[in-house]
Design a binder for this molecule. Sequence first.
Ligand code: WQD
Length: 339
Amino acid sequence: MAVLVTGGLGYIGSHTAVALIEKGIKVVICDDLSNSDINALDRIFKITNVRPKFHKTDLKDYKKTELIFKRNSIDAVIHFAGYKAVGESVEKPVMYYENNLLSTLNLLKAMKKFNVKNFVFSSSATVYKVSDIMPLKENFPLAQTNPYGRSKYFIEEILHDVCISDKNMNVAALRYFNPIGAHKSGLLGENPNGIPNNLMPFITKVAIGKFDKLKVFGNDYPTKDGTGVRDYIHVLDLAKGHICALEKLKEKPGFFVCNLGTGKGYSVLEIVKEFEKQSGVEIPYEITKRRPGDIAECYADCEKAEKELGFKAEYSLADMCRDSWNFQKNNPEGYKSVQ
Ligand code: WQD
């Protein structure tokens, strides 16, 4: 039996695939390579000495999605595949809803046909209503401000409905906060196409000289130093959280939602300072106006994950900065730079 990892050559998917293989779990990967690199497969092999079966698949094509289940004996799906740029989702809502929702519906159709009953879903803290009250608990109000976040919310609702209709279905919807960091080997890491939207991949590109400075989007927020505060979690901790979620599904919980974060919030300037300390590289920055749609603070309540998943993040901010830098330093052009 195997675990199908959709989007398994992407940032979180590839790290989770490694964690699964290291647990002795057979992995099958599908990815459409729209925001990932086939070289990640070689990196997974170099780290684990295992080359998972790979299917280049657009999950919006049901026949191709079904073929994965015909060719492999799948007993669980971890679903990472999806578009995830908040700003792009505002410009292209139909593209986001079609891709993120249709791929999930096709997976669920194929799972029903092949009697696959276990599903772990990559959800996001962006499903939460903007709140001044922190930390965010799973039972806090949900309201989204962009099509990306709404697509994650819609999928959570679809999965809940499926669990109501089929008492044998078990789903874990994991609400990620801010994943950063990289595999300790420096062989896997965040490898975004084009100009990074997110903070850490932009900082590492400044550190290798690709950009001359970081723009800090506003320092007039009601936070410790005026800059945005987020709950950064090491991607290795996030991968471990998915292993815990697969174990949880053996308890047949039906529909289960929980945060994956550290419970600690760090500001942009704290990230810059820690990155400079760990890398020894100065990160010049300029304070600019706020980025539309950004919020002041966002960090997780981790109690449910600790009590019901047995999950607690272990890596520190120093680890996250050191490992992000190690990957970028060793892969200045991403996966294409080092064979
Ligand atoms: C973090 C902080 C910015 C870039 C997004 C998605 C969320 C999730 C994680 C998928 C904020 C500041 C950033 C820059 C900056 N992705 N910043 N200069 O916005 O918290 O969350 O990524 O699930 O869904 O919304 O992450 O890394 O973009 O920003 O000052 O060049 O860094 O204002 O305070 P965010 P981020």
